[in-house]
Design a protein around this ligand. Structure first.
Ligand SMILES: Cc1ncc(COP(=O)(O)O)c(C=O)c1O
Length: 424
């Protein structure tokens, strides 16, 4: 940071303030996490200078021998971790991974069946404001009104009725296990390819805490920065028969040169995910989410599907006066970062919403456990019950800051910003 301080004090100040924010807040946005110092070091490495269009051993540029090495490590670790035939580790993000997956199977105008955004799906699963909704003819499925869970019979009916070329499974805001085997059967019956976007649960799949989609899907996409705890980015796994099509869609169809520094960091993160400690991390993420759900339910807070099997809970304000926006802002003032989220039965705009998504991956990386989740659940319930009470928000914020001081993100001898993974 000394060079940055000297050369660009304005950016340095923003980085320093963001570091302070991350240290003093409870990070409970379900899609965020803290990477290890080793992942951060690889992300900031000299590989940021390198152009390496193509694939290991088949590049369009010279001087790629070390880039080849890190990309090969990342590919091998990804296929080992998820028991997949083939991996492409170049997608710059989850959206690019999905785009490559779609383009390998679809032409503009073809039909897809994906999960409704307000029921927990992602924008790239067919939203009209996203390329997926603009390029393809989209039918959506959702959760059942009675229990907030995916209704596989209704999904089968929709698939047989609409005959999509690709069925998309996976979600951004669904707190329950997704039955990927059932999706595989439905896709086979409907003659569709199955694309599973496991971005949210990839780390849980890696640790054995969520069933794997790999044997059931033609293509599996993921981000690398959520429960998987790597750098921001994406990757695609697929059966060998689709390997060439996927590789060609990532480059040259939708991307240019890969971000080799990020690929190096993906290799490090995938190596960490292969270590025995990572399964224990995943177990604790899920345990923490369950404890949080129990506390909120005890306090009368309604949750979509009545609880969780994963790393997140989805608070449901449908039918009440309180909005997701008000709750998000009040919790923000109290030092707890969460995000407003649309929920099943949504009547409000995506900028207001009737729900809140709360996740445990980042606080678990910090080393927090069930005791801390009980305190945090109590604070969330207090604030949500009384969103206008500034004194309450200030008091909770002081308690949050005190709690955070007990769970530093890094050891005194490690560079600022990386989690002390030894304690997590
Ligand atoms: C299920 C799912 N897929 C894809 C994405 C897109 O990832 P990115 O933001 O890296 O493009 C997200 C991001 O939140 C997601 O939740």
């Amino acid at each position: 940071m000394d060079d940055l301080r000297r050369c660009d004090p304005q950016v340095h100040r923003a980085v320093a303030h963001e570091t302070e924010r991350q240290l003093a807040h409870l990070e409970m946005i379900a899609s965020e996490n803290f990477v290890s110092p080793a992942v951060r070091e690889a992300t900031g490495s000299v590989f940021t200078h390198k152009y390496a269009e193509g694939l290991p051993g088949r590049r369009y540029y010279g001087g790629c021998e070390h880039a080849d090495q890190v990309e090969e490590l990342a590919r091998t670790r990804a296929t080992t971790l998820f028991a997949a035939d083939h991996a492409n580790v170049q997608p710059h993000s989850g959206a690019q991974a999905n785009m490559a997956g779609y383009f390998a199977f679809l032409s503009p105008g073809d039909r897809i069946l994906g999960m409704n955004l307000s029921h927990g799906g992602h924008l790239t699963h067919g939203s009209p404001v996203n390329f997926s909704g603009r390029y393809f003819d989209v039918t959506s499925y959702g959760v059942s009104e009675s229990d907030g869970r995916l209704d596989y019979d209704a999904i089968r009916d929709a698939a047989l009725r609409t005959r999509p070329k690709v069925i998309v499974a996976g979600a951004s805001a669904y707190p329950r296990i997704i039955d990927f085997a059932a999706f595989g059967e439905i896709a086979r019956e409907a003659g569709a390819a199955l694309l599973v976007d496991m971005a949210h649960v990839a780390g849980l799949v890696a640790g054995g805490h969520h069933p794997t989609p790999v044997p059931h899907a033609d293509v599996v996409t993921t981000t690398t920065h959520k429960t998987l705890r790597g750098p921001r980015g994406g990757l695609v796994l697929c059966r060998q028969e689709h390997a060439a099509a996927i590789d060609k869609m990532v480059f040259p169809c939708i991307q240019g040169g890969p971000l080799v520094h990020v690929i190096a960091a993906k290799a490090v993160a995938l190596g960490e995910a292969l270590s025995p400690g990572f399964a224990e991390y995943g177990r604790r993420v899920v345990e923490n989410a369950r404890v949080l759900a129990d506390v909120l339910l005890e306090r009368g807070v309604r949750l979509v599907s009545g609880g969780t099997d994963t790393h997140l809970v989805l608070v449901d304000f449908v039918g009440g006066d309180l909005t997701g926006k008000q709750a998000e802002e009040a919790l923000g003032r109290a030092g707890i970062a969460v995000n407003k989220n649309t929920v099943p039965g949504e009547t409000r705009s995506p900028f207001v919403t009737s729900g809140l998504r709360i996740g445990t991956p980042a606080v678990t990386t910090r080393g927090m456990g069930p005791g801390e989740m009980r305190r945090i659940g109590g604070w969330i319930a207090d604030v949500v019950e009384d969103v206008e009470n500034e004194d309450l928000a200030a008091r909770v914020r002081r308690e949050v800051e005190e709690l955070c001081r007990g769970f530093p993100l890094y050891r005194p001898d490690s560079p600022p910003g990386g989690p002390d993974l030894a304690e997590a």
